[in-house]
Design a protein around this ligand. Structure first.
Ligand SMILES: Nc1ncnc2c1ncn2[C@@H]1O[C@H](COP(=O)(O)OP(=O)(O)OP(=O)(O)O)[C@@H](O)[C@H]1O
Length: 236
């Protein structure tokens, strides 16, 4: 379980997150929504202990372990996989090399371990492109690679920062199906999404951020029928 209590984070003097509380129970997929610049990526980076930002107060616990003060590598090795916004990849490495060089940890007992071949089962397109380099991939292929790279760690929690951003509708569907498959396997997911329809298709509950604070928390089904909240915070 991920338990965020009263987290505040800043870039230098600029305080961006204001006393955020957020919980993701084991096996849940939770959506983190909000307009551009409301602090979603800042929260994901704060959980992962990627600097900047600086977490200035509060606590972030994963299965009871405090993450604040750890390095992002230590956080990853606790089983937290990150699919970063912008799908940072190496231009000169092939798909296969990207998958082979990431840090690994043993899979939770009873769960099927991730291997390069399994990554290609999840996204067959990646298997076809295994010898292509990072700079030769389409946006969708880059996203598939970013997701599978994070999975190679055998994570228990996936932090996914706008995995469908800028993708064609068919690829968005592939990504949604992958998130559903991860959920079916018992992974816990915190999913940042701009694409409301995409988020509501897979999440159990949602948090909405506005100027770095949580302004709404509820089930996905309640939000779907809450036109006033959708309009007020998401502009839809
Ligand atoms: N490295 C940085 N230095 C200073 N300010 C930053 C930095 N990164 C982000 N910010 C500011 O923090 C605020 C929140 O940004 P953040 O990227 O967390 O929002 P977001 O909700 O993820 O938006 P988007 O959907 O556009 O990615 C914005 O005002 C942004 O300008």
């Amino acid at each position: 379980m991920l338990e965020i209590k009263s987290i505040s984070s800043s870039y230098g003097e600029a305080r961006i997150l204001h006393a955020i509380n957020l919980t993701v129970a084991q096996g849940q997929v939770v959506g983190l929504l909000g307009r551009n610049g409301t602090g979603k990526t800042t929260l994901i980076r704060s959980i992962m202990q990627v600097k900047p930002p600086q977490v200035t107060s509060g606590s972030i616990k994963w299965n009871g372990r405090e993450l604040c003060g750890m390095s992002s590598n230590e956080v990853a090795l606790l089983g937290i996989g990150l699919v970063p916004q912008g799908r940072r990849l190496f231009a000169s490495l092939t798909v296969q090399e990207h998958l082979e060089i990431v840090p690994r940890r043993p899979a939770v007992s009873g769960r099927r371990p991730w291997t390069v071949e399994r990554a290609y089962e999840l996204f067959p397109r990646l298997g076809e492109r295994r010898s292509h380099r990072g700079n030769q991939l389409s946006g969708g292929e880059r996203q598939m690679l970013a997701i599978t790279r994070a999975l190679m760690l055998n994570p228990d929690l996936m932090l996914m920062d706008e995995p469908t951003e800028g993708l064609a509708p068919l690829i968005v569907q592939h990504v949604e199906q992958a998130v559903s498959a991860l959920k079916a396997e018992g992974l816990t997911v915190l999913l940042v999404e701009q694409n409301l329809r995409s988020a509501l298709a897979v999440v159990d509950s949602v948090y909405i951020l506005e100027t770095g604070a949580v302004v709404h928390h509820g089930s996905a089904s309640d939000l779907t029928s809450d036109a006033a909240t959708l309009h007020r915070y998401l502009g839809v």
